[in-house]
Design a protein around this ligand. Sequence first.
Ligand code: SF4
Length: 324
Amino acid sequence: MKDRVFSGARPTGRQHIGNYLGAIQNYVGLQEDYQCIYCIVDIHALTTLEATEGLQENIHEMMLDWLAAGLDPERSILFVQSHVPQVMELHTLLSMVTPLGWLTRVATFKEKARTQPHNINYGLVGYPVLMTADIVLYKAGIVPVGEDQLPHLELAREIVRRFNYIFGDTFPEPEAKLTTTPLVLGLDGVKKMSKSLNNEIELAASAEETRERVMSAFTDPARRYRSDPGHPEVCNVWRLHHFFNPDQIDEIADECRDARRGCVECKEQLAEGINLALAPFRNRRAELVARPQYVKEVIADGAHRAHAIAIETLTEVKERMGLI
Ligand code: SF4
């Protein structure tokens, strides 16, 4: 039996290049060596969403992207968090062994309390407990994380240790599988690529839409005229070339530095590289779009398989806690 991996992602709708290079590509690779459970965490989204309009569409679009990118429902369990409601029960039970002080000291909670002072809800405080429940409900031993997420996983491990200490060995302590995710900046060249900042390039965009987006990208701010020498090291277009035209990186940089290359042609080349790389994804996605029932079936089947594991774990937890 392969080790079990769990990872969840918020329902952000159509995915962008940053999502692909940062997470989805890694998800696809892990399927080779692990039994993977990938979840769209719609309940987590409610902590910051005040209106849920469009939530179902976002889930559907995100699952389409996952499938088109190579997540395989035959090998992995792909589902939506709220479709297996046992996670909320486990969240409540784990909250009984989680000191409040552990939660209020979490940096992301403090940050959210600062950025959304009008909506400091319980869900924000309890977020790490629900995240722990997500992982341990399926007894996943491995969680792919970036270095910035290590403190969250450490808190999950503390909750697990405390539960196991009080009620006996029940859950494996989830281990981090550190992933080296490249920082992909958006078209502004300043902030991480993000839909909310409108600086993204969607995977599912058409070739022409992609070209238009790339042409709007910021480049070297010091280069005002075509004849000015450029500084590729400060240019995000050049950084994006690393992913889509890796063999030509040095050549592009040299041509930029001595002004043999203009930014317009450089962006044209990047757009071509992106469109070429994403063509198979876009073809698969178009096939899936033509089969809307299939995506629904994948989500239903994922929930069914996740539910079977969840029931077993929750029964054990209730027995341990004296509820049965
Ligand atoms: Fe950036 Fe390319 Fe323009 Fe150089 S030529 S500044 S690498 S877009």
